[in-house]
Design a protein around this ligand. Sequence first.
Ligand code: SF4
Length: 458
Amino acid sequence: MKCEHCTRKECSKKTKTDDQENASADAPSPAQENGEKGEFHKLADAKIFLSDCLACDSCVTAEEGVQVSQQNAKDFFRVLNLNKKCDASQHKVLAVSVCPQSLPYFAAKFSLSVTDASRRLCGFLKSLGVHYVFDMTIAADFSILESQKEFVRRYRQHREEEPRLPMLTSACPGWVRYAERVLGHPITPHLCTAKSPQQIMGSLVKDYFARRQNLSPDKIFHVIVAPCYDKKLEALREDVPTALHSSRGADCVLTSGEIVQLMEQSDLSADDALVDTLLTRFGDVKEEEVRRHEGASSDGYLAHIFRHAAKELFNEDVGALTYRSLRNKDFQEVTLERDGEVLLRFAAAYGFRNIQNVVLKLKRGKFPYHFVEVLACAGGCLSGRGQAQAEDGRADRALLRQMEGIYAAIPVRPPETSAHVQELYQEWLGGADSPRPRALHTAYQGPGQSASSRDIKW
Ligand code: SF4
């Protein structure tokens, strides 16, 4: 389990270096150009394992550490077992939401198509006593649509004296945590305020779905199945609408790897089942097919926002996007040009080193991009450390290649074309220009604003 987010100067774990593997992704600093490595780059060479990071007593506070470690299969079974007891006041409705980037892992592990893997997983969870299984693609739909609107708004408001660009995506909790805890101002104002898919799914389940079912939010135990451990930390964010009272959007995050372990320890004889939908208006409606967004290993914010912006701002219909790899395959750019002039310049920066390049250039004021899709994991979400790990803790490359092929074969559904999303905008929020922005948008802290991080030296 590798955590690439920490650069804390006093972190005792900065011992595992691997210059060769990542050398191509480093931006040469003036010191490097002179053949030396500055303190910053020495730190950037360090590989911190998330297990180390979570055990560290400074970056993750003791309280957070406890709360993260409590999100495990034991907690899940605790609720399942309570539901079997006579005392109905202890019972909870158990809902599980599955990240789309987890499904290729289940498909590859069990040699199934992605649709069959989704049904197998759903059948397994229901055989344990889970009441509802949801696909989180719908939450990513909301997140992308809100991000698109925000980008266009920022583009129109952008002034040199009052910069609103570049807009940096905020769907990856590893990156957002790093930006908030380490970078702060001037980076956090560039973070898109649209909530991440996990945060929106939390609101959908604990707010919309709870109300439709006449349940108090704390009567629902909401589990997220995700490709990474960072989402366990994200579940701790105090960022839910007040309507949810003391209930968190997600009560427990289990990684795909943790779920596969459970499945492998079970007899898997349960019948396959179809995934549920959040819309209860039409009765017991089920999701028949798996759909994805356009990104090769993520939710494809770059592609969807690029197309939307090209149309809205320049009345250009964009077909297939042409990506240009820059320093490495995890730093790519896409441009919209007209008569030799660059109208839009977007980038995707995946992995800690590419993020560092973005941050350095942004701080120096030499950053030519309007938008950057930022993900903490090199290779994107399919490479999340909660799945596709070999025995030695490194990424299982053969399995990842298989997963990439499986993910690429899933049909793409642009978020604008989802009838469920349009209905939910109306039913849940009172329209696409919602009078309840807190349901879909958030705000960010900087270092020093959180009491828990006040004494950390970065
Ligand atoms: S890029 Fe990695 S850390 Fe970020 S959301 Fe995806 S899997 Fe999680």
